[in-house]
Design a protein around this ligand. Structure first.
Ligand code: SF4
Ligand code: SF4
Length: 66
């Protein structure tokens, strides 16, 4: 399962962090080019592809590759 977070589209709102049932996503300490801390997937291999993160992202920054 592949979780792809477009860090340049992410505004670091934290919704995907809150809605991942497996707590696989966190907010990076790095900044993107717009000055936001983007979300990152900590353990992509554990993802079961529920798509919660992609569905809640208001900026459409997440895609799941089955
Ligand atoms: S698809 Fe589901 S399990 Fe995978 S990172 Fe997103 S919310 Fe978590
Ligand atoms: S929900 Fe979208 S905008 Fe918000 S932190 Fe996650 S990837 Fe970034």
């Amino acid at each position: 399962m592949g979780v792809c977070i477009n860090k340049e589209w992410c505004k670091g709102c934290g919704l995907c962090v809150a809605f991942c049932p497996l707590e696989l996503i966190s907010i990076s300490t790095e900044l993107n080019s717009k000055g936001y801390h983007p979300a990152v997937v900590d353990d992509e291999s554990a993802c079961h592809g529920c798509q919660n993160c992609a569905l809640v992202c208001p900026d459409l920054a997440i895609t799941i590759e089955q």
